[in-house]
Write a protein that binds this ligand. Structure first.
Ligand SMILES: [Zn+2]
Length: 208
């Protein structure tokens, strides 16, 4: 993604050209009594508020192995990720994570108590990621249409150079560290781009 496009998305959430209600042109301006730029339709007086999206997924475990999916879609085609995707309206974060695991990996999981594991704030792309720990019910998994391949990896087998996203890398790194102690605190991170467009992950909160 170009720096210009990134800056535009950072400011606006996502691009919008036409009003979803009347089809008229929208303009970005700060509405009366507001402090942020919003897309406004001056034909029908609607203001479009854009807010962050939640992406929910699981860390599916079988014995001492983690299930990863090889992406069949952009971005990061061919890279490995944990099963995760956009939350749907009308569902909870955990239900969405289990659904995505079924869709992307064809896997059924058992979710125990205290399953919430990592939360990442990505303000530069207006996203929040949540991962839940889960156990594979069986080894009967199959890639869905968004995956080229689904496989189990021991820590020594993880393709660290082929991991799709920093949130996945961090979740895996913490998991294998926590596995040695058998303690899995809930952690929240903020991710930022620095001036060199490098990604920095900061641990903000940990449950113990
Ligand atoms: Zn309109």
């Amino acid at each position: 993604m170009s720096a210009d496009k990134l800056a535009a998305i950072t400011q606006s959430g996502s691009f919008m050209k036409f009003c979803h209600h009347c089809g008229g042109s929208v303009l970005q301006r700060i509405p009366d009594g507001d402090e942020k730029l919003r897309y406004c339709c001056d034909s029908c007086d609607v203001i479009f508020y854009q807010n962050p999206k939640n992406i929910v997924g699981t860390l599916p475990i079988y014995e001492n192995k983690v299930l990863l999916c090889k992406r069949a879609i952009e971005p990061r085609y061919g890279k490995w990720t944990l099963p995760a995707g956009f939350m749907e309206n009308g569902e909870t974060t955990l239900a969405g994570a289990v659904r995505e695991t079924s869709e992307e990996a064809g896997a059924r999981v058992i979710v125990r108590e205290n399953s919430l594991y990592t939360l990442f704030n990505l303000p530069y792309i207006n996203q929040v990621y949540l991962f839940f720990r889960a156990e594979l019910e069986d080894l009967d998994f199959d890639p869905g249409i968004e995956s080229l391949e689904v496989a189990l990896f021991k820590e020594s087998e993880i393709p660290w150079d082929e991991i799709a996203f920093p949130v996945v890398r961090s979740t895996l790194e913490y998991y294998f560290r926590d596995l040695t102690r058998k303690q899995y605190p809930v952690r929240m991170f903020d991710i930022h781009y620095d001036e060199q467009h490098r990604i920095n992950t900061h641990l903000i909160s940990s449950s113990h």
